[in-house]
Ligand binder design. Structure first.
Ligand SMILES: C[S@@+](CC[C@H](N)C(=O)[O-])C[C@H]1O[C@@H](n2cnc3c(N)ncnc32)[C@H](O)[C@@H]1O
Length: 256
């Protein structure tokens, strides 16, 4: 095939696999040139890429809600030994497999919901959980399952946030009859979307900043930094929240 013919075929394949949420450049061809967020997610990645290890040689990575695999491929480019991307949308997974193939990168993409991460049967040095939490009906359970079954060290986390960006000081405990702290704007709040938000019926729970950070901590991750507004780089640590953990509905060692 001549070079222009190959290019035309690539453009056709990309079009047939669309629409793309990840606007990537595959062998010189943009997957979604008219993306509503522009050069997304590359433009977002620039804000936090430096908090991740530049060299992931020998490390394992799990990208939950990987979509078309932008972050999975970037982690493989950093030398990760094994990268697994999971998602529940087969169309996105097809895009991801295609993007990996065109890029010449070996990444495993599987159709698996976050609820079933225990099936992976291993812990990963880096877990990426970007842009998924607010799409879930049971967000804290997802974080608990990640902590319980697949996270080993680093967690890169992002959630859409709405409401106050204040962080209220929350006491250890409050008397039942005392004035409640709940009306403070900076008290952790999760906003329930019964119908739709932004024309998307898959948005369910949108936290404010205080709630995002409280949920991350409560699930057993220490926040190391917030390289941009909604993105957090965290480390796994043992759950210290009463009664005595683990929190996941199906803890390690029990039926999956
Ligand atoms: C907003 S996109 C974020 C994609 C990517 N992580 C990013 O930050 O660009 C949400 C992704 O999560 C996936 N998803 C939704 N529910 C999921 C679930 N229960 N388990 C795994 N993936 C899920 C969607 O199919 C979609 O690809």
């Amino acid at each position: 095939m001549t070079v222009p013919a190959e290019q035309a075929m690539l453009e056709r394949q990309i079009r047939e696999l669309g629409p793309w949420f990840h606007n990537m450049v595959l062998a010189g061809v943009r997957t979604e040139p008219d993306h509503f967020l522009g050069d997304y997610p590359a433009v977002k990645y620039r804000h936090f890429r430096d908090v991740l290890p530049a060299d992931l040689t020998g490390k394992t990575v799990l990208d939950i809600g990987c979509n078309a695999g932008f972050y999975s491929l970037e982690m493989k480019r950093r030398g990760a030994e094994r990268v697994v991307g999971i998602d529940t949308d087969e169309r996105y997974l097809q895009q991801a497999r295609f993007a990996a193939q065109v890029s010449g990168l070996e990444v495993e993409f599987r159709n698996l919901p976050v609820w079933q991460v225990a099936q992976l049967g291993q812990r990963f040095d880096l877990v990426i959980f970007m842009g998924v939490l607010y799409h879930l009906r049971h967000p804290l359970l997802a974080l608990d399952l990640i902590h319980e079954h697949v996270a080993k060290d680093m967690l890169l986390f992002q959630s859409l946030q709405r409401g106050s960006i204040d962080i209220a000081t929350v006491d250890e405990d409050y008397e039942f009859t005392a004035p409640a702290p709940f009306d403070q704007p900076g008290y952790p709040k999760l906003h329930f979307v019964e119908r739709r938000y932004s024309r998307d019926e898959t948005n369910w729970w949108i936290p404010n900043r205080a709630c995002t950070e409280a949920m991350i901590r409560s699930a057993g991750f220490r926040i190391e930094c917030r390289p941009e507004d909604e993105t957090y780089f965290c480390r796994w640590h043992p759950v210290m929240v009463p009664p005595d953990g683990p929190h996941a509905v199906y803890p390690a060692g029990q039926a999956r």
